[in-house]
Design a protein around this ligand. Sequence first.
Ligand code: ADP
Ligand code: MG
Length: 348
Amino acid sequence: MIEDKNQQRTQLGDLGEFGLIDHLTKNFKIKQKSTVKGIGDDSAVLNFENNKVVVTTDLLVEGVHFDLSYMPLKHLGYKAIMVNLSDVYAMNAKATQVTVSIAVSNRFPLEALEDLYAGIETAANIYKVDLVGGDTTSSNTGLLISVTAIGAINANNEVYRNGARPNDLLVVSGDLGAAYMGLQVLEREKEVYKVNPNSQPDLEGYSYIIERQLKPEARQDIVELLSDLNVKPTAMIDISDGLSSEIIHICKQSKVGCDLYENKIPLDPQVISTCEEFNIDSTMVALNGGEDYELLFTISQDDFPKIKANPNLTIIGHIKEESEGLHLVTRADTRIPLKAQGWKNFND
Ligand code: ADP
Ligand code: MG
């Protein structure tokens, strides 16, 4: 769908491994004070002085986590960084460095990797993280990308999944389900294209949900907002697998129950209309869709006045005693047990 037939194709072998790494990373600038030595030695050297350090890794595999027939490589590079930064922000930390490791088959020309690194560079610039290393190797199958993100937390500001207490409010940033519905639209267009390769993808009216799928943003802004509002969540997690399973993680680890209100779940109008078109229940999409990269957290009731007027945050429920269980309170006011099913089963 997105292949440019006029594209130049330089064989990777023409550069050699060192030439390739150098070529791909030469434009990256060091921005963080904590980066003492970046790319170019056997290891990077970082100095966090008195801060605590968080480290997180994600591995993305072609055909499992992304499909290059509708995922431009530039977006893939950007998204690979976002997925990891989201995990750093979910600890209430500031992201500072990333490493990027790739395994590529020689069906990829140099220009494809340039696109991938252009996306990585854009993300690194916007989110002010330094690329400090990685590894490059060949693959006989598809493309693999592994990103490790490093972040810093000052004092005792880290937030775990296990701190939610009964009566805390359950809060989510942004809106949910859009990335999943964006994927449904892209999959549909891919099928149309298979039947008729001359067809133009019909993506009009779906721009928000497609952007949420192809170019998600990690919620650094929410971590800053909470700090500005002087609110420290009692528990926090990022929403990668769907609201339902993330609520279950917080409740299990905190040994609490909860009520989640269906009518409070934030949905973009484009999600609602696309769900109608596909005949899918929008609540199911928000609960089980995944890849939203929003933050889900709990706060003490005392902090309610500080967040209540904020358009980026929605209170979707509250925490209860463990013995009361985890429930979705539906629009019809019935209570259904929350389950972590999802259609995607083993998709992550
Ligand atoms: P080594 O043989 O010690 O593993 P490499 O030759 O793999 O070293 O890497 C040389 C330098 O380039 C190191 O600083 C490494 O972290 C960095 N590097 C290697 N591959 C990548 C990549 N894909 N992206 C960013 N940096 C990389
Ligand atoms: Mg190496």
